[in-house]
Design a protein around this ligand. Structure first.
Ligand code: S3P
Length: 169
């Protein structure tokens, strides 16, 4: 494929951060996690940003972090699940990165999210129904911008990272 940056997109719990770490290690590139960039700049967790500033403000911060991550030196960029919602973000992803869509069955995602209780405000109540609703609007957006889709149900990060590397050469 092309381009010197790899972006991982997909719903929460599909393994973007886990695969991102493995892939960044394998490629010798930094891992830039847009949620972590936002949290670092704001000095408060994602759930607090949603609660105190609202989702629209979070999306503005996310667009800034995404542009910074994508337009810098070669990197693996782990995006938040909703980063694909804005057309401008999708344009940036297409332009600057090889885009990998990570997906897994809802049951797998829900089990992972239950095991890692850190706040996902959009999935806080009725996670199964919320996840289905997010998937219904987002799958087509992920599909539209992705160069490759990876099923992460059996998440062996090193094996998946090797698979991505083969596609990059
Ligand atoms: C979101 C996903 C989260 C985080 C925020 C919003 C979403 O990131 O950006 O809670 O809209 O799906 P992860 O995909 O890393 O959980």
């Amino acid at each position: 494929m092309k381009k010197n940056t790899v972006a991982l997109v997909g719903l929460s719990g599909t393994g973007k951060s886990t695969l991102g770490r493995a892939l960044a290690g394998a490629l010798g590139w930094p891992l830039l996690d847009t949620d972590a960039m936002i949290v670092g700049a704001q000095g408060r967790p994602v759930a607090a940003i949603f609660a105190e500033l609202g989702e629209a403000a979070f999306r503005d911060l996310e667009s800034v972090a995404l542009a910074e991550a994508l337009t810098g030196p070669a990197a693996v960029v782990a995006t938040g699940g909703g980063a694909v919602l804005r057309p401008a973000n999708r344009d940036l992803l297409r332009r600057w990165a090889t885009v990998i869509w990570l997906d897994a069955p809802d049951a797998v995602i829900l089990a992972r999210l239950a095991a890692h209780a850190e706040g996902r405000p959009l999935l806080a109540d009725s996670p199964a129904a919320r996840l289905a609703a997010l998937r219904a609007t987002r799958d087509e957006l992920y599909r539209a911008i992705s160069d490759m889709v990876l099923d992460t149900a059996d998440l062996d990060p090193d094996a998946l990272a090797a698979q991505v590397r083969r596609c990059l050469t």
